[in-house]
Design a protein around this ligand. Structure first.
Ligand SMILES: *Cc1c(COP(=O)(O)O)cnc(C)c1O
Length: 330
C-alpha cells in the first residue's frame, strides 16, 4: 500500500472508535431509479445521520484519536457548513472545547445552529480567508488543534466507515457513486469499498461550477478553481494547493469523476423529494442526478450516497416547485 494512503485497517479501527457515536444509516432500494438505470439502485440514506451529514463520522474519529493533552486544548476549524456542525457536536459529546471561526458574511441561521451545538464562535473579517487566518492565530497563540474538513488521516478514515457499511449492506455492489469535493469522503469510501471488494467501481460526482478535484485530477496536481454559487454548496471550495492525502488517494483509487450542471442537480433534489420522499441538499442529490442525467452506465447493482440534508427550506421549496435554477443558486 502506498505510504500516504489511509487503508482498510485504519478505517476498521475508526469504526470501533466511533461505533457508539454515529448512526449506522440504512440502505433502501429505489424502484424508480433502478428503472432509469436498468440495474438495481440502492440509496445509502446518510442524510439521516446525526447533524444531517456524514461529516460526523470523520469529526468523531479525529476527535476520539486525540490524546488527553490535545483534548484539553480544544479543536478549531473555519467551516460554517456540515464539518463545523459535526465538529461542534462531536466535541460537545467528548466534553471538549470547539471554536468555529467565521466571517461577518455568514448567515444568522448557520451561526445560531453552531452556537446551539455549544461551540465558541469567533467572527472575524469578511471572507473565509479571514476566518482561516483567525484559525491559524488560535493554533499558534492559544494552542488549539485544527481539524480540517477533509485532508486529514483521521477524517478520511472516519468517512471511510460509510464505505464499510455500504459493502456490508450491498455485498454485490458493482458501482458506488460518491459526492466529490475535497475528497475526504471519496478517498475514505473508496479505500473501504475496494479494500473489501476490489472489483467494485467508484465514481466521484461534482458540480460543473467550480469542481476543484476534477480540475486537479485533469491537471495531474492540485489547482485552484474559481468558486461559484451552486445548488451543491457543500461541494464548493478548493482542495488546497498543498494537499497531502485526498488528491493522491482520489487519483490512485477512484475510477472516474463526472460533472453535473445546476439543472441536473435541481432534478436530483426534486426526484429525491417526489419519488423517494427524502429531503436532501444539492450535494446529497448528485448521485441521483447522475443517474437521471444518463451520464452513468449500468454495470450491475449501484449504490448512491445521499450525503446530507442541510438545505435552506425556502430554497428547497423553490427547487421542488421548479423555479429557475440560476436565481436559486445566486
Ligand atoms: C462535505 C460534503 C461533501 C463532500 O465531501 P468531501 O470530503 O469534501 O469530498 C458531500 N456532501 C455533503 C453533504 C458534504 O457536507
Amino acid at each position: 500500500m502506498i505510504a500516504n494512503h489511509v487503508t482498510l485497517s485504519h478505517i476498521r479501527a475508526a469504526r470501533e472508535r466511533i461505533a457508539a457515536k454515529v448512526e449506522r444509516t440504512p440502505t433502501a432500494l429505489s424502484p424508480s431509479l433502478s428503472g432509469h438505470l436498468g440495474a438495481p439502485v440502492y440509496l445509502k440514506l446518510e442524510h439521516r445521520q446525526t447533524t444531517g451529514s456524514f461529516k460526523l463520522r470523520g469529526a468523531s474519529n479525529a476527535i476520539a484519536s486525540l490524546n488527553a493533552e490535545e483534548k484539553a486544548r480544544g479543536v478549531v476549524a473555519a467551516s460554517t457548513g456540515n464539518h463545523g456542525r459535526a465538529l461542534a457536536h462531536a466535541a460537545k459529546l467528548e466534553g471538549m472545547r470547539a471554536t468555529i471561526c467565521m466571517s461577518r458574511r455568514v448567515p444568522q441561521n448557520k451561526l445560531d445552529e453552531i452556537r446551539r451545538l455549544g461551540a465558541e464562535i469567533r467572527i472575524v473579517g469578511n471572507s473565509q480567508d479571514d476566518a482561516q487566518q483567525e484559525v491559524d492565530r488560535l493554533v499558534a497563540e492559544e494552542g488549539l488543534v485544527m481539524l480540517p474538513p477533509f485532508d486529514h488521516p483521521g477524517i478520511i478514515a472516519g468517512q471511510g466507515t460509510l464505505g464499510l457499511e455500504i459493502i456490508e449492506q450491498v455485498a454485490d455492489a458493482a458501482l458506488v457513486l460518491v459526492p466529490l469535493s475535497g475528497g475526504g469522503l471519496a478517498a475514505g469510501v473508496t479505500a473501504a469499498v475496494k479494500g473489501v471488494s476490489p472489483s467494485t467501481k467508484v465514481i466521484g460526482v461534482s458540480m460543473a461550477r467550480g469542481a476543484a478535484m476534477k480540475a486537479s485530477l485533469n491537471a495531474g496536481h492540485p489547482v485552484l478553481v474559481e468558486e461559484l454559487p451552486t445548488l451543491a454548496d457543500s461541494l464548493g471550495g478548493g482542495i488546497g494547493l498543498n494537499n497531502r492525502l485526498t488528491f493522491s488517494m482520489c487519483r490512485d483509487l477512484i475510477d472516474d469523476a463526472i460533472l453535473l450542471d445546476e439543472g441536473e442537480i435541481a432534478a436530483g433534489i426534486r426526484h429525491a423529494y417526489e419519488q423517494e420522499r427524502e429531503i436532501v441538499e444539492g450535494a446529497g442529490a448528485v448521485g441521483i442526478a447522475a443517474v437521471l442525467s444518463g451520464k452513468v452506465r449500468a454495470s450491475g447493482p449501484t449504490v448512491l450516497i445521499l450525503s446530507g440534508r442541510n438545505i435552506d427550506m425556502t430554497l428547497h421549496r423553490k427547487v421542488v416547485c421548479g423555479a429557475a435554477i440560476e436565481e436559486n443558486a445566486a
